[in-house]
Design a protein around this ligand. Sequence first.
Ligand SMILES: Cc1cc2nc3c(=O)[nH]c(=O)nc-3n(C[C@H](O)[C@H](O)[C@H](O)COP(=O)(O)O)c2cc1C
Length: 196
Amino acid sequence: MNRDIICIFYSRTGHTERTMREIAAALDCELVEVRDRVRRGGAVGWLRCGLDAMRKRTRAITRLQMQRQLWEYKLVILGTPVWAGRCSSVMRGLLKRRGYEMADVAYVITHRSEEPYREIFDQMDQYLQKPRVADVSLRPGSTGYIFWRDQFLKACADFAGVALRDVEEALAAEANREAAASKRPERESAGGAEAE
Ligand SMILES: Cc1cc2nc3c(=O)[nH]c(=O)nc-3n(C[C@H](O)[C@H](O)[C@H](O)COP(=O)(O)O)c2cc1C
């Protein structure tokens, strides 16, 4: 595993999470989710998300379950959906509170419309000590998705000086590893039961 890179994402409905899983698998690095304690599901949640994004309002975020301190990673890759033409207020909350701890940062934004929303990257940069090293604006399911994702992956791998894995192969390997890991405790507990 590449210990110098971490992917941190917020995802309300799974699109950004899927993309960040692909990126983390290709770079063979940690993947960590950030949330806040606000109910963001359903129609009311949707409205709340839009209003929070427009007002740039942020709330306390959950603790990040990372293996190292944030400042120890050479590259932090942040993934967020676009809300009302801005970065999600959850990601803004992370940047506001901990952006100054991040050495070098790359951004992934996902959105539904054709617009690239590149101004969001500059808005996110305001919370960092130095500007981003790479960025990508992705519309899940679009024709250019794989091309732009792979361009971004190459930029991140070059920056961090690591080798890239094939996304599909890496995801399959992760799935196998998780399946094996989920079986292991069963066997261990079965063994324990026999011993008693
Ligand atoms: C409150 C809200 C506002 C949104 N605003 C935009 C927008 O301005 N432009 C856009 O293209 N998509 C917008 N979307 C769609 C999401 O950005 C898009 O579906 C994204 O990929 C969802 O990511 P997720 O599944 O990780 O939450 C919005 C979604 C929500 C919930």
